[in-house]
Design a protein around this ligand. Structure first.
Ligand code: CO
Length: 650
């Protein structure tokens, strides 16, 4: 039985492509950068009404660059909508870069006589060309008249010493090939003439090259002899009080649908849909090889398209449930991404504890979380997206940033003013990573408001004679533009999504609090194109009245877009957001100044946020967890510690 929010099955995805191919609308070089479920009308889903199964497809003709959006009704096998996008006109934009274009880019660049000559001048022999790695970097937008409306990549090159060598240790500095993917040629070769030497020292990370690993770590085994505590029915998951559905799209990767908390007979909704719709990485080096680097990894490449198939294993311990995800390749053939989503339970230390020294009452309960995750590799970087659900009602998203930094060659001994040195002759340009999570809220049902709170000191006076009082302010954010906000750690500013139509036992509106981490904003200057294109990263919070067309923080086609799309456009009409159907958009990230510890592969850096219940429960919802030396962590009643040292269990 298919649920309306289930991702397209492999058969449905194939049928959507076949219907389009048979429609007579496609040219011989038609490609399919995106094929996914066209999500049905929310009202119909909530009312339990039948919903048509529809596929949304983006079709790109590699012969001429024409790009179309299509809607295919899978119930009637009809193409119900087909429109050509005006991508050759302002504000431009392109379909995401496809995997076959990664390879085409390398082929085109390596065949270019100018590129070959530039490499030879840098001492690279023709025999070494086979080992040169060409990175297909999204081109950005800089208004060059000769490039407008063209489908471009900017390619940088790295000289591997062998097939499995780490290319990023050997950047071929100062050389950028601008590739026209439709004309299939290099349309501009930028060679800045600095002739920076190619760093030749290897910095491998593959097991074969790393030598003998340390042998000091003893095995650490997670055992769940009675199996996991979750159950799965198709794409629906139940774990303790949590209920939700898993979804997956080419752009966002993992999506959580209809996340709610089962309380007795009642399923209390919290979020209708949650995903990361964009991430953007602007670089802060003004040289020709770098100034244009500003990858929008979701909208320009596709986090779902580049998801790792975790057949080779992942970093999760315990009993793991993988989800295979149906997908479509560039040519419109459906296939299965094996093990693209990983789910498991994780022990998380102490959830609550108290020791009453007078009575000897000692109670402690362990925290456990459900982890739903996937990893995407976008060129040099690898990003993990981990949703955590906790027994106390907390929801958390953690982005894990790892992989290899972008590198630059530096003349040995010379300063590198635009970033940090990571090895001899090798620098890493300073950059920022920005994510945006789109959270379509429905806290305790329909009709939500967002409130803003700050802590402010109260002057001493008759109502504060000892000076110890401070206040928590509270105001409702009434319009979209009023709700474009920044975090402020000094005042502890925070936001809650509340349901003003409901009250809890103490008279308050049930809510969820957005707990942000200290997080940067876009540092690129006013007037820069990346600031326009990544405007979502100029505020930590945006709130919009739900509009099904408003899907992505950076807009539908950020690749080579001139900017202004996405959130700034969504709030232009400044709709009211009080007691409405709301989408919360949270930007968060990390400013990365490179250092030797980031190389050759960077230890995971974390960025993310939590949503914490606030007046949602009548009390701590985890008071009913079993206590003592229970099956939570110990089998068969075995003791985890000496009887006189109870605290060692926590
Ligand atoms: Co970084």
């Amino acid at each position: 039985m298919t649920h309306p929010l289930d991702p397209l099955s492999t058969a449905e995805a194939q049928r959507a492509c076949d219907i389009l191919k048979a429609s007579g609308k496609l040219g011989p070089r038609a490609r399919f950068p995106v094929v996914q479920l066209a999500e049905p009308d929310k009202a119909r889903v909530l009312a339990g009404q039948p919903c048509p199964r529809e596929a949304f497809a983006m079709v790109l003709d590699r012969a001429n660059g024409d790009t179309f959006e299509a809607l295919v009704n899978l119930d009637t096998s009809e193409v119900t909508d087909w429109k050509k996008l005006p991508l050759d006109q302002a504000p431009y934009g392109q379909a995401p870069i496809m995997i076959e274009e990664f390879f085409a880019c390398e082929r085109i660049v390596k065949a270019d006589a100018g590129w070959q000559a530039a490499l030879k001048r840098r001492g690279v022999t023709e025999a070494e060309f086979a080992h040169v790695q060409v990175d297909p970097f999204s081109a950005g937008y800089f208004g060059e008249p000769e490039f407008q409306g063209k489908r471009l990549l900017r390619a940088t090159s790295f000289l591997r010493s062998s097939r499995t060598d780490n290319g990023y240790a050997h950047p071929i500095e100062g050389l950028v090939a601008v590739v026209d993917l439709i004309a299939e040629r290099v349309v501009e070769l930028v060679d800045d003439g600095r002739d920076t030497p190619i760093p030749r020292r290897n910095h491998p990370y593959d097991t074969a090259s790393l030598g003998t690993p340390r042998e000091t770590l003893k095995p650490l085994t997670i055992s769940q002899p009675k199996g996991p505590s979750f159950s799965v029915d198709g794409w629906a998951v139940a774990w303790e009080n949590w209920r939700f559905r898993i979804g997956f799209t080419p752009r966002e990767g993992l999506v959580l649908h209809q996340l709610g908390w089962q309380q007795g007979e009642t399923l209390r909704p919290i979020m209708y849909r949650a995903s990361v719709t964009e991430m953007c990485v602007p670089y802060a080096d003004p040289n020709h090889s770098h100034y244009w680097k500003s990858a929008f990894d979701a909208g320009e490449y596709g986090l779902g398209k580049l998801a790792n198939q975790l057949e080779l294993g992942c970093d999760c311990l315990g009993l793991i449930r993988y989800f295979d995800v149906p997908a479509v390749d560039d040519e419109g053939n459906a296939f299965v991404m094996k093990n693209a989503v990983c789910m498991h339970e994780e022990d998380y230390g102490t959830l609550w504890k108290h020791y009453e020294f007078r009575t000897g009452v000692f109670e402690v309960r362990r925290s456990r979380r459900l982890v739903i995750s996937f990893f995407a590799t976008v060129g040099n970087y690898d990003y993990g997206f981990y949703w955590y659900l906790y027994l106390d009602g907390t929801i958390q998203l953690e982005a894990k940033l790892t992989g290899i930094i972008q590198t630059t060659g530096v003349v040995p001994g010379a300063p590198y003013p635009w970033g940090g040195m990571v090895a001899e002759g090798l620098g890493g340009p300073t950059h920022q990573h920005f994510f945006n999570a789109r959270l379509h809220m429905e806290v305790d049902g329909q009709g939500n408001s967002v409130t803003e709170h700050e802590f402010v000191p109260r002057p001493m006076g008759p109502d504060n004679p000892y000076g110890n009082v401070f206040d928590t302010t509270s105001r409702v954010l009434k319009t979209e533009q009023e709700a474009a906000r920044e975090l402020d750690g000094r005042t502890g500013r925070f936001w809650k999504v509340v349901n003003p139509n409901k009250r809890n036992a103490v008279g308050n509106h049930p809510g969820y609090k957005l707990v942000g981490m200290p997080s940067p904003l876009m540092l690129a200057a006013e007037g820069s194109t990346v600031r326009q294109r990544g405007a979502f990263a100029t505020k930590h919070l945006w709130v919009t009245a739900y509009d099904p067309a408003h899907k992505y923080a950076s807009g539908d086609y950020p690749n080579q877009h001139e900017g202004g799309a996405g959130l700034p456009a969504f709030i232009a009409d400044n709709k009211g957001i009080e007691n409405g159907d709301l989408v919360l958009w949270h930007s968060f990230g990390h400013t990365h100044v490179c250092k030797p510890e980031d190389f050759p592969v960077m230890p995971v850096e974390y960025a993310g946020f939590s949503l914490k219940p606030n007046n949602f429960f009548a009390a701590n919802p985890a008071m009913d967890l079993p206590g003592g030396k229970d099956a939570h962590s110990v089998q068969d009643g075995a003791s985890c510690c000496a009887p006189d040292t109870p605290s060692c269990c926590s």
